[in-house]
Every structure is written in C-alpha cells, then in structure tokens.
Design a protein. Structure first.
Length: 139
C-alpha cells in the first residue's frame, strides 16, 4: 500500500508518462489538417514536412542520454518541454512551408529526447509497487 506522498508521486509520474506519449502521437499527426489549410498538395512537400519531425526525433534520441546524464532527467524534461511548447507555437504562427519544416524539426528533436528520457525518469522515481503499470501508459 502506498502512503500519501508515494501516491501523489505515482499520480504525477502517471500524468508525465501519459502526456509524454500523447505529445509524440499528437505532434506526429497534427500536420495533416495544417497542410490542408495551407493548401499544400505537392507530395514531395507533404513528405518533407511530415518526415522533418521524424528526422528531429532521430537526432533528439541520439543526444538524449548524454544530455540527461549531464543535466539530470528532471531538468532535461522541464527544459525540453518548454522548447517543445515554444516550437509548437512557432509552427502554428508560420504560413511559410520552409519555416514550418524547420520548427517541426526542432519539435521532433525535443520529442525524440523526451521519448527516451520520460520512461527512464518514471521508472527511476515511481514506487516499485506501481512502476511497471505506470510505464505502460507511455505510448
């Protein structure tokens, strides 16, 4: 049985795991309605804008380990989440396809890093009684 402090920590970790996984899926798929609103119908442009996020994810996942070891997982999650939120805002403000691609790459970098760091942070901070259950909510 979890005491109240452990229960609160488990709820926070549950929300972190849940929203961390949702962040990846949401930002991966939200480009479709945006492209329709911009009137982009060129298959090459659609492919480049969609894959810009994945390219950023690959780069972010490669550097997430050293970054989280150097700065700590909690600070890394906070900083990357702030950059991710800023990149989401910047993607939504631009109507230029080039800038949307650039900011989607930055967004992908943060998502790739967070995808690697959040499950580790949740596994390290949650009580052992609920650790496995909480990590199943990530993606």
């Amino acid at each position: 049985m979890l005491d109240p402090a452990e229960k609160r920590l488990a709820i926070i970790c549950f929300l972190l795991s849940l929203f961390g996984g949702m962040n990846f899926g949401y930002n991966l798929t939200i480009i479709t309605p945006a492209l329709a609103m911009l009137g982009v119908d060129d298959a090459t442009t659609i492919s480049l804008l969609t894959s810009a996020l994945i390219a950023g994810c690959m780069a972010g996942s490669l550097v997430s380990g050293p970054v989280s070891f150097r700065h700590g997982r909690r600070l890394s999650v906070l900083a990357l989440s702030a950059v991710s939120a800023a990149a989401c805002v910047l993607v939504s403000l631009w109507a230029n396809v080039v800038w949307i691609g650039i900011w989607r790459t930055v967004l992908g970098f943060t998502i790739g890093s967070l995808t690697a760091i959040i499950p580790t942070l949740v596994a390290e901070t949650t009580p052992s009684e609920v650790r496995g259950k909480l990590n199943t909510f990530f993606q």
